[in-house]
Design a protein around this ligand. Structure first.
Ligand code: ZN
Length: 502
């Protein structure tokens, strides 16, 4: 007689295969799909979601979970089986409340919405996108209504991306962060910083060469990884031996492609570092989006925009682009990539203003879900808040409310994980520097394997075995907090601007 844990694992492995199929369709839609392929993709994604949801919530999964829980009773709580049963039981209890027809419709609407968004963003036409957003919000409200054990509607959505985190906890962290960032930005806005080395004409093929060189240092492995072009960069993986990252290029600005590639490679390294024993199970993925984002932002900002790595980047840029950049020195580059200036586009925002972009979206999402803000009034509310938080006037919806893909794809409740990622990255950065006293010398010599191995050891290998709180307790000895990120940022910017900022 096969054990219930083994039968459960077998059933979950099949569901992981369906997830791979959906993931490939998503990847294809955003990289290779011809322009007219959208409707077929939406139908296929809807069908796959229907199949996996039905199979996941059916009584057999419940029966196996029940028996497996009895089998692991008494096993070490950190054993793979105990962690698997705990995670799957939580997801199963949430998923069984959601009708399959609703889950499938959410997948279908997300795919169709994304297609509509691409065109609406290109044409800066919010009215063309509004019905899709209305539909996604309506589905999200129906989803929220499936549950009665969350404190507020937004909790049910947030929980899908950052499990076990409450809206009130996020709001408290954001309030503390905002209180630090607003005066910091105001102070730095009195100074100028030359970032002309990042602006000019940079042919895509040369930028691609630079990005490939950098991600190779990080651990991009040509046998198991791909890098492709897209509109809204993302990373995905189908197990640790098939990792796919994407980038976009701006021929007039060097930062977009380079730091975008480092960011997505950071996500990819997380997936690639998960223990082989967890593959093809629900434990074989990054723990939560907040932890995932801590990995991408640690590589992008703490390494990529750090003083040490500028010793590696400056000569690379000088060699690849030549011309006016032939004599680019590390300090000039370090200052240029850390210029603090409020800007309209979230993904191009500097490290100080970035979190304000997130806080704004976090607030608007709650108002939309709770019906306090109507979709037709959204652009106006967006623009008013950009003015209030960043002091900028939004010239058109393409650079305003239409800039992000998330709401079109039905990903509501997702944004806050980006700023949580900044905080977690700050905590991990503090700890890894304490653990590896020569990290600075390693990075300035282009040796990034020490950092990568520390992250594998302390974060990656566990996949989804633990909650975020448990994982952080192990890695840094406490829960998510703003302090380490804020002191890291102030320390760096005081070097960049040569002024005291404590
Ligand atoms: Zn990311």
């Amino acid at each position: 007689m096969t054990s219930a844990v083994l039968q459960l694992r077998e059933r979950l492995a099949g569901l992981e295969d369906l997830r791979v199929a959906s993931g490939l369709l998503h990847w294809d839609q955003q990289t290779m799909m011809p322009p007219t392929g959208g409707p077929q993709h939406a139908e296929a994604l809807g069908t796959l979601e229907q199949l996996s949801h039905e199979r996941f919530i059916d009584a057999e999964t419940g029966r196996l979970l029940h028996s497996a829980a009895a089998e692991v009773d008494g096993a070490a709580p950190e054993s793979d089986d105990a962690c698997l049963v705990r995670l799957v039981r939580r997801r199963w209890e949430k998923a069984t409340r959601v009708p399959t027809e609703l889950a499938a419709e959410m997948a279908r609407a997300g795919s169709a919405g994304q297609e509509a968004w691409v065109a609406a963003r290109r044409d800066s036409d919010f009215a063309a996108f509004a019905p899709y957003l209305e539909h996604n919000l309506e589905l999200a409200r129906r989803y929220v209504d499936c549950f009665d054990d969350f404190e507020c509607p937004y909790d049910a959505l947030l929980d899908d991306y950052q499990p076990e985190m409450k809206t009130t906890d996020v709001a408290a962290l954001f309030a503390a962060l905002k209180a630090e960032l607003v005066p910091l930005i105001a102070k730095l806005s009195q100074y100028t910083m030359d970032d002309s080395s990042l602006h000019g004409h940079f042919p895509v093929e040369s930028q691609r060469k630079l990005a490939q060189e950098v991600v190779r240092l990080m651990g991009f492995d040509g046998r198991g990884w791909r890098m492709d072009d897209t509109v809204h960069p993302f990373a995905t993986s189908f197990g640790s031996s098939d990792v796919r990252i994407t980038t976009r290029w701006d021929e007039t600005y060097l930062g977009t492609g380079l730091f975008g590639a480092m960011h997505e490679c950071g996500h990819g390294l997380y997936e690639a570092g998960i223990a082989p024993a967890l593959q093809r199970t629900p434990l074989g993925h990054g723990q939560s989006l907040g932890v995932h984002e801590s990995q991408s932002r640690l590589w992008e900002n703490m390494v990529g925009r750090g003083r040490d790595f500028s010793e590696v980047l400056a000569p690379l840029i000088a060699t690849i682009f030549g011309g006016e950049l032939a004599n680019l020195d590390p300090l000039t580059l370090f200052r240029a990539v850390n210029r603090i200036r409020p800007s309209l586009i979230r993904v191009e925002a500097d490290e100080a203003t970035y979190s304000l972009h997130i806080i704004l979206r976090f607030e608007l999402e709650q108002e939309l879900i709770e019906g306090r803000l109507a979709v037709r009034d959204l652009p106006e509310a967006w623009n008013a808040r950009i003015e209030e938080y960043l002091g900028l006037t939004v010239p058109d919806d393409r650079r305003g409310v239409l800039q992000d893909v998330h709401w079109s794809a039905g990903l509501i409740g997702y944004f806050s994980t980006y700023a949580l990622g900044n905080m977690i990255a700050g905590q991990l950065w503090w700890k890894v520097r304490a653990d590896l006293p020569d990290l600075s010398q390693q990075i300035s010599a282009g040796r990034l394997d020490g950092l990568r191995e520390w992250l594998v050891e302390n974060v990656h290998r566990y996949g989804s075995k633990f909650t975020t709180a448990e994982l952080l307790e192990r890695a840094v000895g406490g829960p998510i907090e703003t302090g380490p990120f804020v002191s890291y940022l102030k320390g760096k910017l005081s070097d960049v601007y040569e002024i005291p900022l404590s």
